[in-house]
Structure formats: C-alpha cells, structure tokens
Design a binder for this molecule. Structure first.
Ligand SMILES: Nc1ncnc2c1ncn2[C@@H]1O[C@H](COP(=O)(O)OP(=O)(O)O)[C@@H](O)[C@H]1O
Ligand SMILES: [Mg+2]
Length: 277
C-alpha cells in the first residue's frame, strides 16, 4: 500500500490514515495502537501517574517522534508500546494482536520477530563482528543466519564493507548505524528508537536520522522515536507531545522551529503546574 509511489500520493495516504484516526472509531491500518493506556508507579501518596489514558494510532510506514519535558512519560510510553512493560489498564495493539493479553513467552518472541529497537547507547556486543551483531536477532528468533539479508541491511546503512570489524573499531555514528541495521534485519512491523542520536554529534546525528527517514520512505518501515531534540523530531512525519502523562498535541510535517516553540509552551505549562502544586 505504501510502495515506492510518489511522495505526494504517499503523503496523501498517510494523511488519510491520520484523519481517519482523528475522526475516531474508523478502523485505520495501524502498525501500533494504544487505547486508554494508563501506567502508575507506586501507590497511595507516592503514586506517579506516568501515563494517564493514552489513545494513539501509529499508521504503517510513518515516522513518528515523541517529545515532552523530562518526566512526561516518554520512556514509559515507549516501553508500553513496545511490549517491554505492561500498562495497568488499556490495550496496546500491534496490528491486530493485543500485547496486553499475551503471555510473557509469546511477548518475548513477538518482540524478537516483529519489533526492532535502537537505543541511545548502541548496545552492540563487543566480542561479535558487525555482521554477527546484525544477525543476532535472527539467531535469537531461531531463524537461520541469513548472511545475504545481513549484507543487504548493512548496505542500507552504508557499512557493507565493515562486516568483519568489531564495534570498538567503529565510530559512534557507525556503531549506531550497525544498531539500525540490526533492528531492521527481521523487517520488523515497528522500529522503536529511544534517543537514538543522544550520544552523537550534530553531523553524525543527521546521518543517522537520514537513514531512519530513508527506511520509512524506501522500505516502508514504521518508526517511533523518542527524542528531546527538535531537529531530530523534524525528520518525522508527525510529532506527538506528552506532558505529565497526557497527550498534549501533535504537529504534522514539523519544522525544528515549530517543535521548539511547542516545547517552550509545554515547559511553561509544566512550570506553572509545579508552582500550583
Ligand atoms: N520504575 C519507576 N518507578 C517509579 N517511578 C517511575 C519509574 N519509571 C518512571 N517513573 C516516573 O514516571 C514518570 C515518567 O517517567 P518517564 O516515562 O521516564 O518520563 P520521560 O522519559 O519523559 O522522562 C516520572 O515522574 C518518573 O519519575
Ligand atoms: Mg526517558
């Protein structure tokens, strides 16, 4: 559906998806959907309401950035959406599968076969070559080590000639590109990224973000990325803002300036709430 058609028609389809979502109960072809997801840490007086009823649909083949002040619930959101943590209430649907009803074993298998993860700290295994790192998700999923697929994703990230190296022999940006190749090797339904450029300089960050953008545009990947950087967020199709565990608006075709302005608004609201509390 989201093939290699012109950018214009792809965009129109994406917007149709979003609009259908905003118009509510219409079934959208969502990669992930959250229905009334809540998550509270602790109890009683010390309870922290990290997510307070999040409804969100992420259409396939789109790039979504999640932003919000520190403590607004971004990591909790990502962990719940990716089946790494269980909400207290509500549903998380990956396609038509409800993650909140799955047994732990099934959830683990689903994460290995249908989701990809990229973290700020790369998390490559230092003793393995680049190629073996990239093949790891296939090994963990009990699939054969498809070296041709490894070469394909390493070519996508521009590192096909580094397959035999070890992570320590690569720059930070190159290591993150390996991590992206590793996350894409299983052709996941969704790639979740938590501050993927947080440890990188501006130029290297731009390379990594361009790769993520290309994975969506050229290969139809679906990406959900948490970031605090308005420039990083501007690579996305849509930015979703969180504040104190609630959705606090969204921006389509974001510019860094528009994102930064929203963030200033949100932090001022947060400061006023802090004073009132
Ligand atoms: N394991 C935990 N135990 C208790 N409180 C937590 C835990 N994880 C997060 N929190 C709290 O939940 C809120 C949201 O946290 P988090 O999702 O990490 O926000 P963000 O990623 O936007 O900084 C914060 O107030 C945080 O202190
Ligand atoms: Mg966080």
């Amino acid at each position: 559906m989201f093939g290699r058609g012109s950018r214009g028609s792809r965009q129109a389809e994406q917007e149709a998806g979003y609009t259908a979502h905003l118009g509510a109960p219409v079934a959208v072809d969502s990669a992930v959907r959250l229905d009334a997801v809540t998550k509270t840490y602790g109890r009683g007086n010390s309870a922290v309401h990290a997510l307070r009823g999040i409804d969100l649909s992420i259409p396939r083949s789109t790039f979504t950035a999640v932003m919000g002040p520190s403590g607004s619930g971004k990591s909790t959101f990502l962990h719940c959406a990716a089946g790494l943590d269980r909400p207290d209430a509500g549903r998380v649907l990956l396609g038509t599968d409800d993650l909140t009803r799955m047994k732990e074993n099934d959830l683990t298998r689903l994460r290995r076969t249908r989701l990809g993860f990229v973290f700020q700290a790369f998390n490559l295994l230092p003793s393995l070559t680049v190629e073996k790192n990239v093949l790891l998700p296939l090994r963990l999923a009990g699939e054969r080590a498809d070296r041709r697929r490894a070469a394909e994703v390493l070519t996508m990230v521009g590192l096909d000639n580094h397959a035999g190296r070890r992570p320590a022999q690569l720059s930070g940006g190159q290591q993150q590109r390996v991590a992206i190749a590793r996350a894409l090797v299983t052709r996941p339904d969704v790639l979740f990224a938590d501050e993927p450029t947080g440890a990188l300089d501006t130029t290297t960050a731009a390379e990594v973000l361009t790769l993520l953008r290309r994975a969506v545009d050229d290969s139809g990947a679906t990406i959900v990325m948490v970031t605090h950087d308005p420039v990083a967020a501007s690579y996305a199709d849509r930015v979703v803002f969180l504040a104190a565990g609630n959705l606090a608006g969204e921006l389509y075709r974001p510019t860094p300036e528009a994102v930064a302005a929203r963030m200033v608004d949100l932090s001022q609201v947060g400061a006023r709430q802090g004073q009132a509390a």
